[in-house]
Design a binder for this molecule. Structure first.
Ligand code: ZN
Length: 425
């Protein structure tokens, strides 16, 4: 576990840069867990002996430690999501005009579309490739600036600064990916080259664009983190590192009192309703199959749904509730909403405040303005799916859902300490 807040933030940057897609995020968490002695298990395996295990499925991962815990020890679950808003390739993407080759994209999630303009873009994803009579999956990525969506010059759109930029996702967002004649199959051929396979063997792909500029600490005193996908890779990173820390805390009387669980879900940005989303069965099914879910004490069990929180923006303070200002580097943020867009209730908030006091971590509180709708996260889906007490919290950030987001550099380590205390039970 990184020792200082800056080390933690730099490790977060490495995690984010290793994870241009949800599949890569799962791969990076799995790699770190394996390095810490966790072993992979598949849904078709029998129940293993207690130990350190993880199960992965596409963009989702569930990991737990049940060695040296009693069969009814409560569950402590950290949930986060691996997906972020971005631009995703259409199945037949190749088109173009005027001597330029372009590709068709769909908008994934509630992306700030303007943030994808004038930005050097790399591409990543997974391919499913014919392999004899079977099929194999390849993760691929190209971090070179292979695509770009140039903005229209202001001389051709004089009102844009006064009236705002309106972008049609079908007609205005096709990245330019090269020059010359358009050839159908060209995009698949580039993916096939990344995986070193024959293009005719590529049966299908899930591919998406990402900002190629590496994540970094920013500000004169490294006060901030500038990175893509902080929502919600910041929480995936903290959850992974907290689980590894708790798993390393010895056995016997030194082991935690609870069974710590990490649940990384896909598809939060499009509503969580999928086989690998928080509204799907993956968490509860895995806990039932391998972790004796129904025999666990509910007293002491807790889910922390960890996702980005809105810091109060200094240029747009009127968009925030005056009494609930949220500061960068002010500590993790408990999220409240009376309409259950967040799952936090008073006993859950009290439990997290108790844990934060023990860990020496300050907490903040977020609630939306009453005249503005509130976003949501995996908390309500996890609470209704498992019946477990769930608390929504996360690290404050600005520019949420931009291709490049911004947060304090001290908060991620504070979140890590809090999650470690929660997992220990
Ligand atoms: Zn999120």
């Amino acid at each position: 576990m990184p020792s200082t807040a800056d080390d933690w933030a730099r490790d977060l940057c490495r995690y984010v840069d290793a994870s241009p897609s949800p599949f890569h995020a799962v791969d990076e968490s799995a790699r770190r867990l394996e390095d810490a002695g966790f072993a992979a298990i598949s849904p078709d395996d029998d129940r293993p002996t207690p130990g350190k295990w993880y199960l992965r499925s596409g963009g989702a991962l569930v990991a737990w430690v049940d060695a040296d815990r009693s069969a009814d020890a409560p569950l402590r679950v950290i949930g986060a999501h691996t997906d972020s808003p971005n631009l995703r390739l259409k199945p037949l993407p190749d088109h173009g005009a005027l001597g330029l080759r372009q590709v068709g994209v769909e908008v994934y999630g509630s992306a700030l579309l303007n943030s994808w303009l004038d930005r050097d873009l790399g591409v990543s994803g997974r391919l499913v490739v014919r392999d004899g009579d079977g099929r194999v999956e390849h993760l691929v990525r190209d971090d070179r600036p292979v695509a770009r969506i140039p903005q229209l010059a202001i001389h051709l759109d004089r009102d844009v600064n006064d009236k705002g930029l309106v972008l049609n996702p079908q007609t205005h967002l096709s990245p330019i990916v090269g020059s010359g004649k358009v050839e159908s199959g060209a995009f698949v051929a580039t993916l096939a080259a990344m995986a070193d396979v024959d293009p005719t063997d590529v049966l299908a792909f899930d591919a998406m664009y990402h900002d190629v500029v590496p994540s970094c600490l920013s500000g004169p005193d490294n006060e901030f983190v500038s990175a893509p996908r902080l929502d919600d890779l910041l929480s995936c990173h903290a959850g992974t590192e907290a689980l590894i820390a708790v798993a390393g805390q010895g056995s016997g009387p030194d082991a935690g009192q609870a069974v710590p669980v990490l649940a990384l879900f896909d598809h939060e940005e499009v509503g969580s309703v999928s086989a690998t989303g928080a509204a799907g069965p993956i968490l509860k099914r895995t806990l039932r199959q391998f972790v004796n879910f129904d025999g666990r004490r509910s007293d002491g069990s807790l889910v922390l749904s960890v996702d980005g929180a809105h810091g109060t923006h200094p240029n747009f303070r009127e968009h925030h509730d005056d009494e609930h200002q949220v500061l960068l580097n002010g500590g993790p943020v408990l999220k409240f909403n009376a309409k259950e867009r967040y799952a936090t209730d008073a006993p859950g908030a009290a439990e997290v405040r108790h844990l934060a006091e023990q860990a020496g971590v300050p907490l903040q509180s977020f609630v939306s303005r009453s005249d503005m709708p509130c976003g949501t996260t995996i908390g309500p889906a996890t609470a209704s799916g498992t019946g477990m007490r769930t608390v929504d919290l996360g690290v404050a950030q600005l520019a949420m859902h931009s291709a490049r987001e911004f947060c304090g550099s001290k908060d991620p380590a504070m979140l890590g300490r809090l999650l470690e205390a929660a997992l220990a039970g």
